[in-house]
Design a protein around this ligand. Structure first.
Ligand code: BG6
Ligand code: MG
Length: 219
């Protein structure tokens, strides 16, 4: 039985995935590093430190630890600047209705985002109160595609992983959900998310009965 839905944040609940892209792009330009949307696709769902490593590696560059720390902090400042424009109007179409429908039917709701800015983003979107659990990204040892963050969400919700469904926009996130033994719904392009049990183009296409049907089809 479907008992809980575990949401990714960036690129699912709101389009902050675009803000992450713009912030990395700004940093990369300043550092004279190549960075495009194809490379950005690999950063989705990945923590800040690892993201920088991927950009450096793609450019055949290495750097001292202190330098890397400064760059990560700078990228985060750029990201926070972009977050200043974030209001409840930026909640992706369909998300609020889905959260309300899940709540009304007693389905538990959790957030499993790799972002340390996730609590701030939820506050700005005025969505915090819908979440029974918000996993602390700083406390997760192994990032997506490792299942740890989704397993932690299920544990904190006190729901068996087999009764959870996860929603993600990143390939690493879908892999994490599947590795956790959960049903995976992808938001975006079917070609980028081949491992998902269901892929929708936008959150607007989802409602409880669609999630139930997907869940029952897999289980
Ligand atoms: C994920 C994003 O949700 O969070 C990544 O998809 C981002 O792009 C990661 O790097 C970490 O976010 P933050 O806000 O802690 O730098
Ligand atoms: Mg995401």
């Amino acid at each position: 039985r479907l008992e809980a839905v575990i949401f990714d944040l960036d690129g699912v609940i709101t389009d902050t995935a675009e803000y992450h892209y713009l912030a990395w792009k700004r940093l990369a330009e300043e550092l004279g590093l190549a960075f495009d949307r194809a490379l950005n696709e690999q950063l989705k769902g990945i923590g800040r430190k690892e993201s920088l490593e991927i950009i450096l590696q793609a450019n055949g560059k290495t750097a001292a630890e202190a330098e890397k720390e400064e760059w990560i902090a700078r990228k985060n400042r750029y990201y926070l600047e972009l977050l200043e424009q974030l209001t409840p109007a930026a909640v992706a179409p369909g998300v609020l209705a889905l959260l309300q429908e899940l709540k009304a039917h007693g389905i538990k709701i959790a957030l499993a985002s790799a972002s340390k800015n996730a609590p701030l983003v939820l506050e700005k979107l005025q969505l915090t109160r819908y979440f029974d659990v918000i996993v602390d990204a700083g406390a997760v040892k192994k990032g997506k595609p490792d299942p740890e963050i989704f397993l932690t969400a299920a544990e904190q919700l006190q729901v068996h992983g087999g009764n959870c469904l996860g929603i993600e926009d990143a390939a690493a996130g879908i892999a994490a959900i599947k590795a956790a033994g959960m049903v995976a719904v992808g938001v975006g392009d079917k070609a980028t998310l081949p491992a998902a049990d269901l892929v929708v183009k936008t959150m607007n296409e989802l409602n409880l009965s669609k999630l139930q049907a997907c869940f029952t089809g897999v289980r």
